[in-house]
Every structure is written in C-alpha cells, then in structure tokens.
Ligand binder design. Sequence first.
Ligand code: SAH
Length: 215
Amino acid sequence: MLIDDHRHQGMRRHLVAELQRKGISDPAVLAAIGKVPRHQFIDDSAFLSLAYADQAFPIGCGQTISQPYTVAFQSQLLAVAPREKVLEIGTGCGYQTAVLCELGAKVFSLERHRPLYQATKQRLTAMGYRATLSHGDGYKGLPMHAPFDKVIVTCGAPELPRELLAQLKVGGVMVIPVGGEEGQSMQRIVRTAEGFRSEEHGAFSFVPMLTDKVS
Ligand code: SAH
C-alpha cells in the first residue's frame, strides 16, 4: 500500500499540471500536491486511476476525500508559512492534513467520526506525517492548543463557528465554506485588532459540518 513508484509520480505530475491550468499558482501548494501520494489514501487499488483524477471520491463512513482542486484552492487561500500552527476541522482520510504537513505547518486536526479518526491516525503515522489528530467536535475547536495562525474547515458550515473564530490569532486567517447542503461560499476571514474582515471566493460543495453528538 505504501508503494510510490514512477507510475504514481507521473500521474501526480499530470495532476499538478491540471491544477495549474485551472488557476492554482502558489508554487509551495503545487509542490506539496506533487509530493503527497494521494493513491495511498484510497484503500481499493482498483481505483488507482481515480486517485489522481481531479475529483472527489467516496472513502467509506459516508465521507469523501476532497477534490484535489478544492484542497489546493483552500491551501492557497490559507497561505501557510513553515512552522505556523494550523487547525484543520474535518480530518477525513487525512489528505489535506498531509498537504498542510508538506507545506511545513504544525498541524492539529479534528474529526468527529471515531473510526475515521482512528484509521487516519494509523495511516498518517505509517506514511510518516506527524500531525496531532484528535477525535472531537470541530465547532469547539481545540482551546488547549489555541491560538492558531490559520484555521481551515473542510466541511460545509451552516454559519461561522464562534468558538473557532476565538481561537484565531490577531493577523490569523480562517478559510471556511459557509452554507447549507445545497452549496457553500468559500470565505477567507482575517482576524484584525478591531475584529474580523471577510472575503468571498466562489461556490463549493462540501459534506456538511455536523452539529449532533460526535460518533
Ligand atoms: N479534509 C478531508 C475532507 C474530509 S470530508 C480531505 O482532505 O479529503 C469532511 C470531514 O469532516 C468528514 O470526515 C466528517 O466526518 C468531518 N466532520 C463533519 N462535521 C464535523 C464536526 N462537527 N467536527 C469535526 N469533523 C466533522
């Protein structure tokens, strides 16, 4: 499963070129996507050709691995500098987590679904990525590790979670898709000394950020 041969690397180069054509321009983000072996996040090797297609993919537990373009787009908006503390909400299979690690971030990631949290913790460790993964409710964030330089939410939030905003440093950035199940608008929120400033960056479609008890 942990094989990464010339064929995989070639497919990855094509994916990076495709993302570039679609408008991703940050060299650090493109390099990170070029390094993460995305096929290792998809358990069934029969789906190898889809691992490097620019599309989302079901990963079990009713969840999906995000589309590479979306991961690249959010990472570009986040503009991570090496050693920054980044909180991710919605670990899922850990692909975005791995991209953030390749960008040099100190990553904390929260997942509400316990079996997914456990499987991803094993996978990322086996792959050599050292992120701090936790099982819990993304709406609450991780107050014990706050404040964060950056917060990235990878599920659709019906509204801006206040407790997450409070865990952002002044000068820090949150990238979050806001909206219901019919679709979300990508927002980039900057915390200033006076409050929060937000910009919109287009329409996306994520699985919902759930509010019920963690499972
Ligand atoms: N980051 C992933 C995308 C995962 S899909 C990737 O790179 O592909 C979104 C994830 O958010 C799902 O795993 C889902 O279980 C999780 N999620 C939904 N609501 C949540 C909440 N309130 N707290 C934490 N995780 C949540």
